[in-house]
Design a protein around this ligand. Sequence first.
Ligand SMILES: [Zn+2]
Length: 344
Amino acid sequence: MKKLLPTSTAGSLPKPSWIAEPEKLWSPWKLQNDELIEGKQDALRVALQEQQQAGIDIVSDGEQTRQHFVTTFIEHLSGVDFEQRKTVKIRDRYDASVPVVVDAVARQKPVFVDDAKFLREQTQQPIKWALPGPMTMIDTLYDDHYKSRENLAWEFAKILNQEAKELEAAGVDIIQFDEPAFNVFFDEVNDWGIAALEKAVEGLQCETAVHICYGYGIKANTDWKKTLGSEWRQYEEVFPKLQSSSIDIVSLECQNSRVPMELMALIRGKKVMVGAIDVATDTVETPEQVADTLRKALEFVDAENLYPSTNCGMAPLSRSVARGKLSALSAGAEIVRKELAGHR
Ligand SMILES: [Zn+2]
C-alpha cells in the first residue's frame, strides 16, 4: 500500500436481515440454492459499498459469503462427518457440539474462490480474504481419525494452501488466517502452530496476514476476558516466533483491551493491523479516540507498517453501529495521517 495508514477490518460485517437473522453468530441462511447464491452476492455488494462509503482502503466481502468463519470452510471438505456430533471445549473456554473427523480430510473443490472472483470484479481497491487458521480449525472439531492435533493441523495447512493459491490467482491482495487459538495454546503455537501457518502460506506471492484476537463480543469471551487479569500478555508468548516467521502482517486487538501496547515491539518489522475499534460494545468510538490508539501504536510500529483496523469481526453488531465504527476508523486514521504529513 502506498497510502499511509491504510484502513481495513479484521473480518466480518453484519448481514442484512433478508439473508440471515441479524446480530447473531452462526445465524442460519434465510434463502436456499440459487436464491442464496444471489442473496450472498447482493449482501457482498452492500457490504462492499458500506466499506467504500466509510472510506475503508483495503476492502473485503465482510464475510457475507459464510455462516461461520471456521465451520463454513470445513463444511466444504471431505473426511468430516457433520451428522455425527461430539461435545468439545472450544479454546478451553466453552462447550460446543462439533462435527467429527472420520477419515482423511481433503478439499474436493474450491471453497471461496468464486466469491473472491466476484468481489474482485466489483472493485479496483486492494482486497483481503479471510480463511480460518489450521490450529483454530482443529479446535472446532472432534478428531476420531488422526488422533493428533499436530497431524490434523498439518493436513488442514495443506488444504488451506491449495485454497490460498487459488484465491491469489483470483486477484486477492491479502490472504488472512484467523487464529484466535494462538492466544490460548502457547506451547503448541510455538511447537508446530506457526510452522503449520507457514505451510498454509507456502509459495504465495500476495501478502499474508494472521489475525489473533480475544474473540467476538459474545458472553463466553467477555467472561473469559474477566479472568485474564489487569494486563493481557498473551501476545508475548507467540510474537517472538511470529516475528521471525514468513507471515507479512499481524492483526491484533488494542482498543479498550488490556493488551499492553509495548508488546507490538516484539513484532518490529512486520506490518501490524492495529485494532482501533472495539467490537464488544455498541458505543461508537469518536475519531479522536481512534486517533489516540493509533498514536500510541506509532510508538512501537513504524508508520509505514501501521494498518488501522478493528479488534475483530463485527458480525454480531447492528448494521448502523458497524457503519458508525467504520466511519470512525476512517476519520481517526485521517487525523493521524495529517499529523504525520505535518512532520515530514
Ligand atoms: Zn477476531
